[in-house]
Design a protein around this ligand. Structure first.
Ligand SMILES: Nc1nc2c(ncn2[C@@H]2O[C@H](COP(=O)(O)OP(=O)(O)O)[C@@H](O)[C@H]2O)c(=O)[nH]1
Ligand SMILES: [Mg+2]
Length: 495
């Protein structure tokens, strides 16, 4: 049957209504490796799906979506991966592992992965209701935290990066670990001719020391990021460089500098530009407790890394929501836009050409390692660590929140006797054991720890067994504070 004029008109109207009713929120989940990004994304998604099924696992976020006591959230669904060229965040596999009879935490993230949710939300009232519910597409990105340390590096040339890096690794505790590499540099002196074998040798020595810093000392400011986590391209030749004294001019230094520039170009064009540019909301996860128990050097290194990353991100008033039609047009046609898309599209154009983050939530993760009484201290400590970022000119345009959360609540509060006194602790089953036991993390200072706070030893937080989880995921995942993080981060965009 041929289409009549009215049918065509209806089709057009439907499409127009759909695009009018569909918005996109880009949420980048940021944090150093092991800060809890993958668990955060898994829990966030599962709890949003549960909320879509009417199970209120995210009370503070559900409140944002309520009008006159009635929830306006009609549905939450994971969008099919379609023909996307990007690796898909495998929510089902993550849930299956966490909820298995022998539960397991997710594997280390070796590549980036994306996932999109569609939230269908009824409009508050009146006229709005006649154009149908809003559809808000939430695009989430998960990726290896090591790569973030390349963000500050993008703004440096080889000479500046070398000077800064060599200065850092001549100080303790790096100095001892990097000694074989420093000896190598001394032996090289002013090598004038580029030497492939020597370049590789230097690279391998430098890289081995980076890895040792992470494994044995819990250090975090480890650049370049792909030396520790190469990604899908593996160990390609432009990676075979290392920091070298820029005063020593010659073929070898030129080769290293050339590789450094090729490396920067690759991370910029393959990672930061295509993926980061379209995210206006950031969660920056910080394992403050892990850094605190790891000792002074690890703690200070974590702070250095977080501040360098956050300082390199671009903030501003980006607008937050991009109509999907507009962002599609922008990608497909460059910046030549039909005028009919109007004001919203201008905002999108401004946004994409000047990518900026207009809201950022800093979150101290794994807060189930401390009892409730200590969590406020933890939040104050986080705030003290990241405050310099808010004062940075680049951070001035963004709204900044500070939170304490556990994406997967794996302990309960309890009390234990220490030196004849009852002290609040958390209790849970440590992986590999089978009995519940108390854990006391020690004092959590509410500001930067004083010099006498630190002991010499390097500890790691215990890995608790995840709590029992319904394998269907319908009841969500137990958590601490994810709802407040979500309400703060995107609450304004789902009104
Ligand atoms: N107890 C507890 N442990 C957590 C939580 N979130 C993460 N972890 C631990 O931290 C590890 C690293 O988390 P993951 O999400 O893989 O970190 P990523 O490298 O940032 O993606 C996990 O394997 C868990 O052992 C949490 O909410 N509670
Ligand atoms: Mg991960």
């Amino acid at each position: 049957m041929a289409l009549g004029f009215n049918d065509m008109g209806t089709g057009l109207f439907d499409r127009a209504a759909r695009s009018l009713n569909e918005d996109r929120i880009g949420l980048a989940v940021t944090g150093l490796s092991r800060s809890g990004k993958t668990v955060f994304v898994t829990s966030l998604i599962q709890n949003l799906l549960a909320l879509g099924h009417g199970v209120n696992t995210l009370p503070a976020f559900a409140d944002v979506l309520r009008t006159d006591g009635v929830s306006r959230l009609l549905d939450v669904a994971i969008l099919p991966a379609g023909a996307s060229a990007l690796p898909h965040f495998d929510q089902a596999a993550k849930l299956a592992r966490l909820s298995a009879a022998q539960p397991a935490w997710p594997d280390r993230t070796e590549d980036l992965a994306t996932i999109s949710l569609m939230l269908t939300i009824a409009r508050p009232s009146g006229l709005g209701r006649r154009i149908g519910p809003r559809r808000v597409r939430l695009d989430i990105l998960d990726y290896p935290g090591e790569w973030l340390l390349d963000l500050p590096l993008l703004h440096q040339d080889f000479a500046a990066w070398s000077v800064q890096t060599l200065d850092l690794l001549r100080q303790p505790p790096r100095r001892a670990i990097f000694q074989p590499f420093l000896d190598f540099l001394d032996r090289q002196g002013a090598t004038v001719t580029p030497d492939e074998a020597l370049a590789r040798q230097g690279h391998q020595l430098y890289r081995a020391a980076l890895d040792q810093c992470r494994r044995e000392r819990g250090l975090r400011f480890l650049q370049p990021g792909r030396f520790l986590c190469p990604g899908p391209r593996g160990d390609v030749p432009y990676m075979w460089f290392y920091p070298a004294d820029p005063a020593q001019r010659g073929g070898m230094t030129n080769l290293l500098a050339e590789r450094f520039e090729a490396y920067k170009l690759a991370v910029r064009t393959e990672f930061f530009e295509p993926h980061f540019a379209s995210f206006s909301r950031q969660v920056m996860l910080v394992d403050v407790l892990g850094a605190l128990v790891a000792g002074r050097a690890a703690f200070e290194d974590t702070v250095r890394a977080i501040q360098a990353i956050a300082g390199a991100l671009r903030y501003g008033s980006g607008g937050g929501v991009i109509p999907t039609t507009a962002s599609w047009l922008l990608r497909g046609m460059g910046h030549v836009l039909p005028p009919v898309l109007g004001r919203a599209t201008d905002a999108a154009a401004r946004h994409l050409s000047d990518p900026s983050i207009d809201r950022i939530a800093f979150v101290a993760t794994k807060a189930d390692h401390v009892p409730a009484l200590k969590r406020e201290n933890l939040r104050h400590l986080l705030r003290a660590l990241v405050d310099p970022i808010a004062e940075h000119p680049a951070g001035a345009g963004a709204a900044i929140g500070h939170h304490v959360a556990a994406s997967l609540l794996s302990t309960e509060d309890g009390s234990a006797r220490m030196d004849g006194r009852a002290i609040p602790v958390v209790q849970g089953i440590v992986m590999g054991e089978d009995k519940v036991r108390p854990y006391f993390v020690g004092e959590v200072p509410s500001g930067p720890p004083p010099a006498d706070f630190w002991s010499e030893s390097f500890f790691e937080l215990p890995v608790f067994r995840p709590p029992p989880i319904d394998p269907s995921g319908r009841t969500g995942l137990p958590h601490l504070g994810l709802d407040r993080v979500l309400a703060d981060l995107i609450g304004d965009l789902v009104q």
